[in-house]
Design a protein around this ligand. Structure first.
Ligand code: SF4
Ligand code: SF4
Length: 384
């Protein structure tokens, strides 16, 4: 078994969109599907927060759109979606801030806010920790998924890239709940890999365009590390192989990245660089022109995972706060609450159990009347 990864140097092209098209062309003949026959093509960039550097660059999205237009795809069949890590923010909010909304409007592409989309409960066969996920309907329904990760250091996962970008398919604050299933860096790696395994089993038609043009590194990733230009774009159909190539270019050992290591053990893609066929720029050349990728060490990732899983999470997590003057007493919040923490009796206001609430804020995100705000649990959380 082998897979192909295309590598392009952005400086060989007039612009980033043109380099993106160049990268896709290196792998288009190994795609398992025909774009022009696809009815629902979903682009999944990384829209982590309103900070541009923490997200996939809008020019990458524009490159993919131009390629799809070249292939005769109607923009009615294309949408862009994500669920940001920043609580209370949607993909539309982030897209507006980073200049992606303009591009979507220019081409008439719909943005799907995953946390506002219908939740679909999916079992994950063979999962080690995350046995079930709730994903947005748009993810479940799409027939082609285009993954657009940006390479960044990650204080808990060492790095975030092709595999980790799918953490955003989980709706809103549920990410915080699922995060608790992994209290060490290794365990959190297993949770991320469980989530990725759902993608591998359920979404065979995938294309990945990996943003290595300007990467984020250091101890403050993935939200705000130091930016460094690598001027590279990778393309392929196998996230594991792409992450391995990115780590190889950045001279980071796989054993330091728990989710990549775990995905190799579970055969979730091509896990050996010898079986990756490189097209375009030779791997050795890419390595030579690229400095070492600065990522946090194992001690730091373990410490931060512990903090996130325990004390810090309890202090910073938020709880829902109902504004009765806005509430229409529809009961929708009680239906979607994953922790059954909301009681609703027809003709009354919903009531919230502080004890059962897992602070996912799905109720706040899905309330049609905007009647639920998030309020800080603060130090009191420690005593719950
Ligand atoms: S979903 Fe919103 S409007 Fe409906 S009952 Fe819950 S809080 Fe009230
Ligand atoms: S009440 Fe339910 S839906 Fe709302 S934040 Fe708590 S657990 Fe989530």
């Amino acid at each position: 078994m082998s897979t192909r990864v295309g590598i392009v140097n952005v400086n060989d092209y007039e612009s980033i969109p043109k380099a993106v098209i160049g990268a896709i062309k290196l792998v288009e003949d190994v795609l398992l599907f025909d774009f022009s026959k696809s009815k629902q093509i979903l682009l999944k960039p990384n829209l982590l927060t309103s900070k541009k550097d923490a997200c996939t660059q809008p020019s990458f999205v524009e490159g993919v759109i131009s390629y799809l237009i070249e292939k005769g795809v109607s923009m009615k069949n294309v949408s862009i979606g994500d669920s940001p890590g920043q609580q209370g923010k949607t993909a539309s909010d982030v897209a507006e801030k980073i200049g992606l909304l303009e591009i979507c409007e220019k081409y008439g592409i719909k943005i799907v806010d995953f946390e506002r989309d219908l939740p679909i409960i999916e079992k994950i066969e063979g999962a080690l920790r995350l046995k079930e996920i709730r994903v947005a309907k748009a993810i479940k329904d799409c027939d082609v998924l285009i993954n657009l990760p940006r390479l960044k250091s990650h204080i808990e996962a060492t790095m975030t890239g092709a595999m980790k970008n799918y953490w955003g398919i989980i709706q809103g604050g549920l990410k915080a709940k699922y995060h608790l299933l992994g209290k060490t860096a290794e365990q959190f790696g297993e949770v991320l890999t469980d989530n990725f395994s759902w993608i591998v089993k359920n979404k065979p038609n995938r294309l990945i365009i990996y943003d290595l043009q300007e990467i984020m590194e250091g101890m403050s990733g993935p939200g705000g590390g130091t930016m460094n230009k690598w001027d590279l774009i990778l393309a392929g159909t196998d996230e594991l192989a792409l992450d391995i190539v990115a780590l190889e270019i950045g001279k980071v050992k796989i054993k330091n990245v728990p989710h990549v290591k775990n995905a190799i053990e579970r055969n979730l893609g091509i896990g050996n660089v010898e079986n990756i066929e490189i097209y375009g720029m030779p791997l050795e050349e890419a390595k030579k022109q690229t400095p070492k990728f600065k990522v946090p060490g194992n001690t730091m990732t373990n410490f931060i995972s512990y903090m996130t899983g325990h004390l810090a999470y309890k202090i910073i997590k938020k709880i829902p706060d109902l504004n009765k003057s806005k509430c229409a007493q529809c009961g929708e919040c009680a239906q979607i609450c994953p922790a059954e923490a909301i009681e609703f009796i027809e003709g009354n206001f919903p009531t919230f159990s502080r004890k059962k609430c897992i602070s996912c804020l799905c109720c706040s995100e899905l309330c049609p009347e905007n009647a639920i705000k998030a309020k800080s649990r603060g130090l009191m959380g420690l005593f719950d």
